[in-house]
Design a protein around this ligand. Sequence first.
Ligand SMILES: *[C@@H]1O[C@H](CO)[C@@H](O)[C@H](O)[C@H]1NC(C)=O
Ligand SMILES: *[C@@H]1O[C@H](CO)[C@@H](O)[C@H](O)[C@H]1NC(C)=O
Ligand SMILES: *[C@@H]1O[C@H](CO)[C@@H](O)[C@H](O)[C@H]1NC(C)=O
Ligand SMILES: *[C@@H]1O[C@H](CO)[C@@H](O)[C@H](O)[C@H]1NC(C)=O
Ligand SMILES: *[C@@H]1O[C@H](CO)[C@@H](O)[C@H](O)[C@H]1NC(C)=O
Ligand SMILES: *[C@@H]1O[C@H](CO)[C@@H](O)[C@H](O)[C@H]1NC(C)=O
Length: 474
Amino acid sequence: MDSILGWSLFLVIVVGLVSSMVNASTAKDDFKFCESVVKKWASFSVDEVKEDKHTLQDLLFFLHIPRTGGRTYYHCFLKRLYSSKLECPRSYDKLRFDTRKPDCRLLATHDDYSVMSKLPKEKTSMMTVLRNPVDRVFSTYEFSIEVAARFLVHPNLTSASQFSGRLRKKTNAVSTLDIWPWKYLVPWMREDLFARRDARLRNAQNYIQSNDSYDMDSIAMPLHQYINNPIATDIIHNGATFQVAGLTNNSYIAESHEVRHCVLKYDDLGKYVLDVAKKRLDNMLYVGLTEDHKESASLFADVVGTQIIFQFASSNSSPDNSANEGSEQNSSFSGSELENDPLQKLTVGELMEAYEDCITKLRKAQARRRASSLMKISPANFTKEARLKVPESVHHQIISLNKLDVELYRYAQDIFTRRHNHVMYESERQKNILINSLDSPSLRNVSGPTVLVLFILLAILFISARRRTSKVKV
Ligand SMILES: *[C@@H]1O[C@H](CO)[C@@H](O)[C@H](O)[C@H]1NC(C)=O
Ligand SMILES: *[C@@H]1O[C@H](CO)[C@@H](O)[C@H](O)[C@H]1NC(C)=O
Ligand SMILES: *[C@@H]1O[C@H](CO)[C@@H](O)[C@H](O)[C@H]1NC(C)=O
Ligand SMILES: *[C@@H]1O[C@H](CO)[C@@H](O)[C@H](O)[C@H]1NC(C)=O
Ligand SMILES: *[C@@H]1O[C@H](CO)[C@@H](O)[C@H](O)[C@H]1NC(C)=O
Ligand SMILES: *[C@@H]1O[C@H](CO)[C@@H](O)[C@H](O)[C@H]1NC(C)=O
């Protein structure tokens, strides 16, 4: 009896040991495999440092990370600078995206870096805007629900889906529901909102109402559930890093999906992705920050705006402003009203002025839309005060789910500070040159026309800089 017990105990231990060894070794193999997959990808993905990265090339690719305020750049700068004719067909729309169009000079999209595989890499400049990851996640949550809530005017989910299907067929315009990541996030939230509304109707008053808008179980999916859903892992967390690395689940490149799965499985492999993303940012023509929006906008105007204006002035291919075919979305705001004056006459100062005017309008329109949509999920309301009620633990969780983005954002802040200081320094220097040159004897050796052109250029720079500073003070 004893020996049988002894033997079975022995067997159990042996089987346990063996199976855990097997488990450990397959896990190890899997890690090794993943590590090699990720390292291989990284070695192919790191680009050389571009010497001319600050020079605008023929094509400008705006890698628009969702919820970073990129729409203001698109509507208030880019659509002002490039006419629709110069925009690559169906920006923001991967399915109908077409790079063959000659003369296409602007591509703005939520697609990731892998789009670059379809672009003339040497002739492409890239720009992007980054945002504090915690705010970006909050904003993604709010926007998913905001857009989904617009459908609550319908009596049920079936009729809501049918309606949006019909509308898309009819208009042929690109809607939010066609665009990654919203094409996943909005239907997900829409289904969820309808289910919760149905449950409310069934149970009448029989539910507990919390007063934290981000945790109102009876109205919408609470934030803490949202961020822990597998869909959020698929497309929201570390979204900026994955997008810049070209590893989103929307990537064009087949191997990307294996790399992403490995990185999601093994935290340790994140550093390779981060390295690639950082180098990509280093090579970009422009990196803006949502938080420092004023400084970002003026850096954009100085660095990118100036070059676009100059590019058109010198190539003499100034866009004409006909037909604004297929705007990105049929929102109540369209940028077309900005496409009025011919570009040749535009100065950087005017560009900034138009921008300020445009974002005021754009923000008003967005606020109206948001308010009318949030009314449908009242008493939930996503305000600054409501955010303060969200427990610290949720903030910490968002940070830990977005470690790569936290570090990439910090890196982007460094890049931004360096470039901002550099441009400030240069414009100070040019002002000084201007002042010194007025009584410099060395100028006698330079030809008259050159001096004149130089003088006018510097004067424009000087005046536009002053205009902007006075604008900021108001
Ligand atoms: C082996 O791994 C599986 C799943 O990964 C787990 O369920 C099982 O408990 C593990 N066995 C041992 C002995 O660790
Ligand atoms: C959904 O609403 C439509 C329009 O009121 C109605 O015709 C349809 O029967 C409803 N469907 C369900 C499943 O309740
Ligand atoms: C609502 O908020 C107040 C203070 O803001 C708090 O005292 C109260 O307990 C909250 N009620 C619920 C149901 O959470
Ligand atoms: C991307 O993520 C969404 C949401 O989880 C999922 O439905 C979709 O199948 C994913 N796509 C790929 C290519 O993995
Ligand atoms: C586009 O929006 C405008 C108002 O914002 C509306 O009048 C028009 O009917 C919309 N067009 C389509 C096709 O939905
Ligand atoms: C939400 O909050 C904003 C700002 O406090 C307010 O203007 C708006 O009326 C509120 N909306 C609802 C539906 O309560």
